[in-house]
Design a protein. Structure first.
Lengths: 473, 187
């Protein structure tokens, strides 16, 4: 070893040889090194390619929204009886994807899981962007998005107030609180890293912008003390919040009387599904990113292994939910419930149900084997299966329950239009676009938490404690 | 423009290479009776607030009070709207059907508490503060990267320019610097 202070970090959470400076440099330079984003360099070309793809899809979104505002929501496939279609499917899908970020940042924080430190920033960014995509759908589904503030209770000359007994109003409170709290959580996590970037940036504009964003953070111990108190309690607040958000989303369905929706199982089953989908999306992005930006020392195979295990566990809860739904429908002795289940499996959209079982129930079971959890291409493919599967779960729940309810004379079919697909692809593009902007301007791994992790690992060495491991060799 | 007169130093700052030497130094200073100290580190170092004799639990109280206000505020809003401003008979339920009001009240509790956490922390830390005398310390840009600093303020009753300096020099510091007072700003 040339530098005596550069010690091998004998820990599964940080691989390679690192000290505080190399960590700062490795993560900070992703943002500060212009080569990463200039089209004349190989890495910059990749970034340009992705951001352009994102931008093109954002254009599709703009076009879809523009036409929607001009024509009204008649351009979508929503109809009677299927008054909810892609809009609500996509809303629930995106909100669910966001949940992994909060789970990683808050619940794992409370459980003192140190491995969260290298993925929380990234996952929180995903949360915020996913909630932004989610919010677009109900907003536009109102038909008159410019009057969306009517959803909030405020004194107005109409002397009208929202009906607080409606789960849809609860949803407004839950989603807006969720977005705000996630943004705050993410924002205060960034302050110390902005200070680092301010002190490292050579470019004057960058130094000024990061300096303003850092609020003049100087790393005072008194500040850190209050910071840690605030951060930990925010984690404690976000934990019940994230559980409440998807529970409230599930109330949109469970509080109604429609067969297929009126299920007490919904809140826990929705929350598990959200975490499942969210971890899939985190992995789908992290696996290529860690290779692209040389971050394999911080997002190690151990991290991927643990995330796969969480996916496996939540996937099995979801699968249990599917089985329980089948049991309830027949054990209830209710002919509408039984019909709903038969229609789900063998009706006109039966293929969607079996696709769902394949994607969410069968494919993730391969993650039981460590060999598959360590095989990155396979893990990546599984994450795509899960993302598709979770989308189909909402398809199965929403239009498939609506299209054949109690009265056969009111049955119908739900067929999405090109504008439904345009909106959906468009939000995927928006998400992509925002993620790549995030990678461009903000450190995608929390630098100060990685330093802290390094410090604690070294402390562990002094005390001759066994290194933190996840078990098997 | 430089201010012509500087009203005495702001304090003495010492730079260390590791958090362990910093904690040891802070303990030494604390034992010698210094009270107005602060340390600057690139990450929260556990045991350091105790080592500089700093104890405070205002943030949790702010969060608690804000949370309670948010919860009862949310409930009160829903009660007032549903009972007084816009009474709606939904399926014969009582106007104050509180179980339906739990989810929004829960969300407002969390929302207000989170505002309390973030803005309470920022406010108590007196941020944003674009400039502070410690930024003039040599190498201070590394306080956000890989160096650890201990400051003893000139306001400390125990402060004596030479003695304080030699105390800090004896604690394994890489360098010890006297910080100038914050200049009167022109703007």
């Amino acid at each position: 070893m040339a530098d005596p202070k550069l010690r091998p970090v004998d820990d599964v959470l940080i691989e390679g040889q690192h000290n505080y400076d190399t960590i700062t440099d490795r993560i900070g330079s992703v943002v500060l090194n212009q080569d990463n984003f200039s089209p004349s360099h190989a890495k910059g070309k990749q970034w340009f390619l992705f951001i352009t793809m994102g931008f093109l899809l954002v254009s599709v979104l703009m076009l879809s929204i523009g036409w929607l505002l001009y024509q009204g929501i008649g351009i979508w496939g929503n109809n009677q009886p299927s008054a909810w279609g892609f809009d609500i499917i996509n809303f629930v899908w995106w909100i669910g994807i966001g949940h992994a970020g909060t789970l990683i940042s808050a619940i794992l924080l409370l459980m003192r899981q140190k491995w969260r430190m290298s993925i929380n920033r990234f996952a929180e960014a995903m949360t915020i962007f996913a909630v932004m995509c989610a919010g677009l759908f109900p907003l536009l589904h109102t038909g008159r998005p410019w009057a969306a503030y009517w959803l909030f209770p405020y004194p107005n000359w109409l002397a009208m107030w929202p009906n607080f007994r409606s789960p849809l109003v609860w949803d407004v409170f839950a989603v807006s609180t969720y977005f705000t709290v996630s943004l705050l959580f993410w924002g205060i996590g960034l302050i110390p890293d902005f200070a680092t970037l301010r002190d490292r940036a050579k470019n004057k504009t960058a130094r000024f912008v990061y300096g303003v964003a850092s609020l003049g953070w100087r790393g005072s111990t008194k500040h850190w003390h209050r910071y840690e108190q605030a951060y930990l309690i925010l984690g404690g607040l976000s934990t019940p919040l994230v559980l409440s958000v998807h529970s409230i989303v599930s109330f949109d369905f469970a509080v109604s009387i429609l067969p297929g929706w009126h299920v007490t199982l919904f809140p826990p089953y929705f929350v598990a599904g959200a975490v499942f989908a969210g971890f899939a999306m985190v992995l789908a992005f992290l696996i290529p990113m860690r290779a692209m930006y040389n971050l394999k020392d911080f997002v190690t195979m151990k991290h991927i292994d643990w995330m796969c295990k969480i996916m496996l566990a939540t996937g099995m809860i979801v699968f249990y939910g599917y089985l329980a739904e089948i049991f309830f429908s027949f054990y209830s002795g209710n002919q509408y419930e039984a019909f709903m289940m038969k229609n789900r499996m063998f009706g006109p959209y039966g293929w969607a149900y079996w696709l769902l079982i394949l994607c969410n129930g069968i494919v993730p079971l391969t993650l039981w084997k460590q060999k598959y959890r360590q095989h990155l291409p396979w893990v990546w493919i599984v994450t795509l299966f899960v993302s598709v599967g979770m989308w189909f779960e909402r398809f199965v729940i929403i239009p498939m329950s609506l299209h054949r309810d109690f009265l056969p004379s009111s049955w119908g079919m739900y067929v999405p239009t090109i504008w439904d697909f345009g909106m959906f692809l468009g939000t995927i593009g928006l998400f992509f676009f925002l993620m790549f902007l995030f990678i461009r301007f903000l450190p995608m791994i929390s630098i100060f938490e990685m330093r802290e992790l390094l410090h604690r690992t070294k402390e562990g060495e002094h005390k001759a404690e066994p290194a933190v491991t996840g078990g098997e060799a | 423009m430089h201010a012509p007169t500087k009203p005495g130093p702001f304090g003495i700052i010492a730079e260390y290479e590791s958090p362990e030497t910093l904690i040891a130094a802070a303990n030494t200073a604390l034992d010698q009776g210094y009270t107005r100290m602060d340390a600057f580190t690139p990450f929260p170092v556990h045991g350091l607030p105790e080592a500089i004799g700093f104890r405070e639990a205002k943030v949790p109280w702010i969060i608690f009070v804000m949370g309670v206000m948010g919860g009862f505020g949310g409930l009160a809003l829903q009660w007032w709207v549903s009972v007084h401003a816009y009474p709606l008979n939904v399926g014969g339920r009582p106007l104050f059907s509180w179980p339906s009001f739990v989810p929004p009240a829960f969300e407002t509790t969390i929302l207000f508490a989170a505002f309390g956490a973030v803005f309470g922390m920022i406010g108590l830390n007196r941020l944003p503060q674009p400039h502070h005398p410690v930024f003039d310390a040599p190498n201070f840009d590394r306080a956000s990267q890989d160096r650890f600093f201990l400051l003893i303020e000139a306001k400390d009753p125990r402060y004596a320019a030479d003695e304080t300096r030699s105390t800090l020099e004896g604690t394994g510091a890489v360098q010890v610097t006297v910080l100038g007072q914050e200049e009167e700003s022109d703007w």
